[in-house]
Design a binder for this molecule. Structure first.
Ligand code: 4AD
Ligand code: MG
Length: 499
């Protein structure tokens, strides 16, 4: 008998194999035990029949608790109704480790409880699905750029200069000198683009974000392509192809994971060329328009309707509970938790809507979009959108100006549809030495720290562009999560540095 993984069982139909894994669930019936085993590659039900196994095996299977580690030998039986299309008829079961009182039980837990036990929570089904999607996205990122002749480079994590403003810098003492954890690999990426033409960096980046939102981490992974001789249009074209590729790969290779997460796959299939491209000025008009207010009214109606039907269902369940059988009650309990969670979300959104409306109505040309503004903008479209030509004042020091309107920067953001908002930020970089020197001064940045960067404008300066895609924001969007914290194994946020 060969040791195999659950993910490979479908190729082993009819054979006897050995699995090693952990127990996630167990059902008991007369003379039968149904062990649901996971090993990271998948999940499978193992049927242990008391008549078919030794008393040692029966005892091991009976003793096994949630998250006990097991070795199970058995025959692979095809059964289309099962996850993965197979189950295992056990021949032998042995305990590798008996777990006592695993803290994360199948009942629902609060988010803080789970976050404190993130090191264990990662074993659960939803987290499994998210991490598999993350892995697929990472592989697709490399494939996409490698196929197009980009050179992968690693930008330093310890740096002497700010990239994206000075308000979110993590400062460190570097042998008596001030240094920072990098906010972005872009500046070093630009140096490499002048050496290699097309490059990408893909590494951890840091922002001391002092607010708690569902989109912000203090440590996140960013992929940043940088291309010599690219203008803003070429940059937007690349960003569009890139996102289409990421969505398509996940839809093709992670269908099970997306289904498990309850993701609307059709929404990902709509990630197709061309993404609507609107200028910042057009976006502001759209945001303030009656059409946005109408979308908010419609949303309000939907939420109120959903709330009413959930409250009815909850009341019906309560009324039927007394008469219900034990198994039915368990299902009702689980549903009750689901309903309450969703009602909390609805209540929160209902509370937010007036503020969203006000922010949109009163939005002034020249400000940066807030999270809710981005959400509202995306509601107007069926796929991601590109917003370009922002006011220079809200963008970074290195941005090229629009020759048609000096107030504007040749920057662009890609906003993911369905309200997820910005996942890509980028643009064309200025290649003019004098202008860049002036911008460094205007932004109050220390000139000495940027001398090397100015060299790129002294020697063979050319138009160039690039962008940064936040990996966690992308996984958050593709998986349809409520919060970006579930898209990285060990999130770092305001107030959270452990586990
Ligand atoms: O828009 P940002 O700040 O752009 C840059 O850093 C440029 N230097 C990138 C470039 O042109 N090479 O950040 C880029 C992306 C955002 O669109 C978002 O996806 C992600 O990085 N991001 C964050 N993700 C999670 N938590 C945060 N605090 C993030 N800040 C930015
Ligand atoms: Mg940005």
């Amino acid at each position: 008998m060969e040791i195999t993984s659950i993910g490979a069982l479908a190729d082993n139909a009819g054979s006897a194999v050995i699995l090693k894994g952990w127990l996630t669930n167990k059902r008991v019936s007369k003379g039968l035990l149904f062990l649901v085993l996971r090993d990271g590659s998948g999940i499978v039900q193992c049927i242990v029949n008391q008549r078919d196994v030794s008393s040692d095996s029966w005892q091991a299977a009976s003793q096994a608790t949630q998250e006990s580690a097991l070795e199970v030998a058995g025959t692979v039986v095809v059964d289309a109704r099962q996850t993965g299309g197979v189950e295992l008829q056990a021949i032998h079961v042995s305990l590798i480790h008996l777990t006592r009182y695993y803290p994360i039980t199948p009942k629902a837990h609060g988010i803080e409880f789970l976050m404190d036990r993130r090191h264990l929570w990662l074993r659960s089904r939803r987290q499994w699905a998210v991490m598999r999607v993350r892995n697929r996205v990472i592989m697709s990122i490399h494939e996409f750029f490698q196929e197009r002749g980009f050179l992968q480079m690693d930008a330093p994590i310890l740096t002497g200069n700010a990239v994206e403003g000075t308000s979110t810098l993590f400062e460190i003492d570097y042998f008596g000198q001030t240094a920072y954890l990098t906010q972005s690999g872009q500046l070093h990426g630009e140096a490499m683009a002048m050496a290699f033409g097309k490059i990408y960096t893909f590494g951890p980046t840091f922002r001391a974000e002092k607010s708690k939102t569902r989109r912000h981490l203090t440590e996140f992974w960013m992929v940043e392509p940088e291309m010599a001789f690219y203008d803003l249009d070429m940059n937007m074209e690349l960003a569009e192809d890139f996102l289409i590729r990421l969505a398509a790969d996940v839809v093709r290779d992670c269908r099970n994971e997306l289904e498990l997460l309850g993701r609307d796959i059709a929404a990902l299939e709509r990630v197709q060329k061309p993404f609507p491209r609107i200028t910042y000025t057009e976006a502001v008009e759209l945001l303030k328009s009656d059409r946005t207010m109408a979308l908010l009214d419609a949303r309000l109606k939907i939420l109120l309707g959903e709330r009413l039907s959930l409250e009815r269902e909850r009341a019906d369940n309560k009324a039927a509970y007394g008469q219900a059988k034990e198994w039915k009650r368990r299902r009702m309990d689980a549903r009750d938790i689901e309903i309450n969670t969703r009602l909390d979300e609805i209540a929160e959104e209902l509370r937010n809507i007036p503020a969203w409306r006000k922010s949109a109505r009163e939005f002034e040309w020249g400000s940066d979009f807030g999270g809710s503004d981005e959400t509202l903008l995306t509601w107007h479209f069926e796929c991601p959108i590109i917003v370009h030509r922002y006011p220079a004042a809200v963008k970074a020091f290195y941005m090229e100006r629009d020759p048609e309107d000096e107030r504007l920067a040749l920057g662009m953001d890609v906003l993911a549809h369905e309200g997820f908002g910005e996942i890509i930020g980028g643009g064309q970089r200025t290649d003019n030495l004098e202008f860049l020197e002036k911008q460094i001064a205007v932004h109050n940045l220390p000139r000495e720290a940027f001398e090397w960067y100015l060299d790129l404008r002294r020697y063979g300066s050319v138009p160039h562009s690039g962008f940064g895609l936040g990996l966690e924001r992308t996984v958050f969007w593709i998986c349809g999560l409520d919060h970006v914290r579930e898209s990285i194994p060990f999130p770092r946020m305001l107030g959270r540095i452990a586990p």
